[in-house]
Each structure stands twice: as structure tokens, then as C-alpha cells.
Design a protein around this ligand. Structure first.
Ligand code: ATP
Length: 431
């Protein structure tokens, strides 16, 4: 399937089934903003929980924080964003559209109307805001342009309030805001989006080792949740920030967008801690408790977009199979893991039994209930939202306590004893 068509289909499915709605839709929308609907929020939460557990439970020495969206504006001077977080833009003298200078094939001609382009100028993409209630006395601040800064600000607090020693990591999932120049491609490039970051603090002599470790570790994680892991790749950045020795993107190769980046693995060195030490006047160095060596820790960052991962997972999972549309999402990510149906709607004893099964499963799984139309239609409706298992309560259930479990991908049906149902599902879901 052509990837552009695929994107249209995903956008339409997201709206139709309640994954993602355009922001402020009844007012004609607001470019670069989206709202997650009932299914989208379940899927996004599943994804975030998976990431969080993987970071904090499956790795030693990683703790999380949840930092504020607005920080002291000096943070953005120290980080270099006020000065450097700018993209040179060329504006068309005729249609006034602006383009990233880096994206232009011909830096003299407007790609939209062939008009003449002006010299590129710097525009700050941080989103400014004002705080305070008295006009004329308001304080200027910024909504954070990247979530990771609060990790650097709290690195000493974390050290002082935990027993962590270098090497260790601080992770965070949180919103970031950017006045992006070119919006579009649905969730791919928004003005408000969510990032999941790990900042790994280590000794300068171990940077290379940890960089390679996290590069592989993050790729393995994405591979474990994508339907087609072969669609994931690395992109090596040749143009590097002066402090960086290496930067790789984890890419989704089947991306219908102009760029494929989903997550960046960055060598940040001591750039951030040294910058904040300078601007704040605080000592942000670390003293090794065993050797007494004093140094500024170096940082390996893994910084990914939750929304981009969400979008790429949907694209990757989308399959048209004859008449049915299937989202072959990983069972742990799908909005619902199980759907429960009574075979017939007009048989109270079936409804009652099915409600009982539904209630029991809800204690352990995200469960959908459906009693509309016929079973075939219900299967199709669940396939389209990625529900991996459908449980039908029929006359065998009433007589023998046996249900029919239908698998989304193989469409095979298993007869399972009610008392073994939860275990059966758990085993299938924890793949
Ligand atoms: P790009 O080159 O695509 O603008 P970036 O290199 O500026 O991205 P980072 O600053 O490294 O991005 O941010 C880390 C991650 O945050 C990116 O890999 C991406 O997944 C996500 N991200 C960045 N900008 C946006 C955006 N405007 N909308 C949605 N996700 C974004």
C-alpha cells in the first residue's frame, strides 16, 4: 500500500474509532494540536506504562521524575535554546510562506508559488508565555521546548535523595512545546507533543561504552513492540553539535512523513551540566565516594517522541485483509486486550453469564463489551481497533463453562475452560 494513502487511512481510522481527534475541531481546528480519544488514551497510556516499567524496573539505577512544564527562563539561556534553538527560515516575498533553509532544494525559489525567497532569518521556536496578573508587570517565560531540561536541574536533588551512584539514569515522560515552522503529517510534527527521555550520567571514560549500550537497548525495545521490526533502522548524523561525538536516530523506515526519526540517541557529554553550572553558579560536579575523584558527569541521552511512536506503531500494525481492516498491535499496547460477547442479545441467561465473564476479566485486563449485530461484525469491529482476543459466551458456557476465544491475527478459535481463561489470556498477552 502506498504510504501516503496509508497515512490518510490512519487519520480517518483514528477519528472514526476514537483514537485521535483534531484539536479544537468545533472551532475549525487549531493547527499542530490534537486530542486523544477514548481508545487513543488507552493505547498511549499502555505505551507509556510499558516504557516506564522497562526503564525503571528492568534496569537497575534508573529513577523517574515528573518536572514542571515552565521553568525559570534562565534555563533556556543556559541550555543554548534562546540563542541556538532556531532554524534559519527563508520567507517567500510573494506568498509569505516560510521554509527551513535546510529543507530547500533551491534556496532562491519558493516551492509553493515559485516566488523569490528572501535571505534565511533566525526564528526562535520556543513557545513564549507570560506569568503574573498585573498588566505591564508580567514575567516572560517559555513552555519547555524539550522535556529533558528538568532532569539536569534535578540531577543533584536526585543524587542527594537516593542512593544512586554513577553510572545512573533519570527518566521522564512529559510534554514539550515548539513553534514548529512546518506543521503537518498528523501527530508527526505538532506544536504540543510528548517526549520520553532517559538521561544516563556516567564517567567521561565510559561514554563510548554506554552510548553503544543504550543505542542497542533502545532499538531492542522498539523491536519488541513493533509488528514488523524490520521497518526499524538507524540513521547516523554526520553534522554534529560541537560537544557531541555521535548522534543516531532510531528511524521508522516506512514513514510516510518527510523524516523518519522516532528517537534520538545523543552524546550530550557535559554540555548541559556545565552550562547550568555556569549560569546558576552552582557546583554540579560529582565526587566519586570511593576514589574521591571529582568530575562533571557526561550524559548519554535517549530522547523519543511518544506521539511519533504511537503514529508509527499504528502505521506498522495496519493491515487490509480481504474485507477486514486489522490493527496487528502488540497485545500489551492495544487499547483493549480482550472483548467479551454474548452469542445472542435476546437470551438473558447468556447476557448474565457474559457480564460475569466481562466483570472477572476487567479485574486484570482492559476489556471491551459488545452485544451489537452479529458475531462476525463484532469481530471485524474489534480487529479494526486491534483487540487481540475476542471471547464469546455461548450455550457451551452455560452448560460446560467453556468459552470460545478467537485470535485476531490467525482468526483461529480455541475452546477454553472458564476457570483457565485468565491464565490462557495472560500467557498469550505476555509474549
Ligand atoms: P526533528 O528533526 O524531526 O525536528 P528533533 O531532532 O528536533 O526532531 P529532538 O529535539 O531530538 O527532535 O526531540 C526528540 C524526539 O521528540 C524526536 O525524536 C521526536 O520523536 C520528538 N519530536 C520532536 N519534535 C516533535 C514535534 N514537533 N512533534 C512531535 N514529536 C516531536
Amino acid at each position: 500500500m502506498k504510504t501516503e494513502n496509508l497515512m490518510e487511512k490512519i487519520v480517518s481510522l483514528c477519528k472514526r474509532r476514537g483514537f485521535v481527534y483534531p484539536g479544537s475541531e468545533i472551532y475549525g481546528g487549531f493547527q499542530g494540536f490534537y486530542d486523544f480519544g477514548p481508545l487513543g488514551v488507552e493505547m498511549k497510556n499502555n505505551l507509556k506504562q510499558l516504557w516506564w516499567k522497562w526503564m525503571t524496573k528492568e534496569h537497575d539505577s534508573i529513577v523517574g521524575i515528573d518536572g514542571a512544564i515552565i521553568t525559570n527562563p534562565k534555563v533556556w539561556e543556559a541550555s543554548g535554546h534562546v540563542k541556538n534553538f532556531v532554524d534559519p527560515l527563508s520567507e517567500c516575498k510573494k506568498c509569505h510562506h516560510r521554509f527551513k533553509a535546510d529543507d530547500l532544494k533551491d534556496d532562491k525559489k519558493c516551492p509553493d508559488c515559485n516566488g523569490e525567497l528572501a535571505e534565511p532569518k533566525q526564528f526562535n521556536i520556543l513557545v513564549p508565555t507570560q506569568l503574573g496578573v498585573i498588566e505591564g508587570e508580567k514575567t516572560n517565560a517559555y513552555l519547555r521546548g524539550e522535556a529533558c531540561q528538568t532532569i539536569y536541574l534535578n540531577y543533584k536533588n536526585v543524587l542527594n535523595t537516593t542512593r544512586l551512584k554513577i553510572p545512573f539514569g533519570i527518566c521522564q515522560i512529559g510534554k514539550a512545546f515548539r513553534n514548529e515552522v512546518t506543521l503537518g503529517n498528523f501527530l508527526f510534527r505538532q506544536r504540543e507533543f510528548e517526549q520520553w527521555d532517559l538521561q544516563w550520567f556516567c564517567h567521561p571514560s565510559e561514554m563510548e561504552k554506554w552510548f553503544e549500550f543504550w543505542k542497542k537497548e533502545r532499538m531492542d525495545w522498539y523491536k519488541s513492540i513493533f509488528t514488523n521490526p524490520k521497518n526499524l533502522g538507524f540513521y547516523k548524523h554526520e553534522k554534529l553539535a560541537h560537544y557531541a561525538k555521535m548522534a543516531f536516530d532510531i528511524t521508522y523506515e516506512n514513514s510516510p512523513c518527510e523524516i523518519k526519526e522516532m528517537e534520538g540517541i545523543h552524546w550530550r557529554g557535559d554540555w548541559d551540566l556545565s552550562g547550568h553550572a555556569k549560569f546558576s553558579g552552582q557546583d554540579l560536579s560529582y565526587t566519586d565516594p570511593e576514589t574521591n575523584e571529582k568530575f562533571v558527569p557526561q550524559i548519554v541521552e535517549t530522547s523519543g517522541g511518544v506521539d511519533r511512536a504511537f503514529l508509527f506503531l499504528l502505521i506498522d500494525a495496519y493491515v487490509e485483509d480481504g474485507e477486514r481492516v486489522v490493527l496487528k498491535l502488540h497485545p500489551k499496547i492495544a487499547p483493549y486486550q480482550v472483548a467479551v460477547f454474548p452469542l445472542l442479545k435476546n437470551k438473558p441467561e447468556l447476557i448474565e453469564k457474559a457480564k460475569e465473564v466481562y466483570g472477572d476479566l476487567k479485574k486484570e485486563f482492559n476489556v471491551a463489551w459488545d452485544d451489537r449485530g452479529n458475531i462476525g461484525k463484532r469481530y471485524f469491529a474489534q480487529d479494526e481497533i486491534g483487540t487481540p482476543f475476542c471471547v464469546t459466551v455461548d450455550f457451551d458456557t452455560l452448560e460446560k463453562d467453556i468459552v470460545t476465544v478467537r485470535d485476531r491475527d490467525s482468526m483461529k478459535q480455541d475452546k477454553v475452560k472458564l476457570k483457565e481463561l485468565a491464565e490462557y489470556l495472560k500467557e498469550k498477552i505476555n509474549v
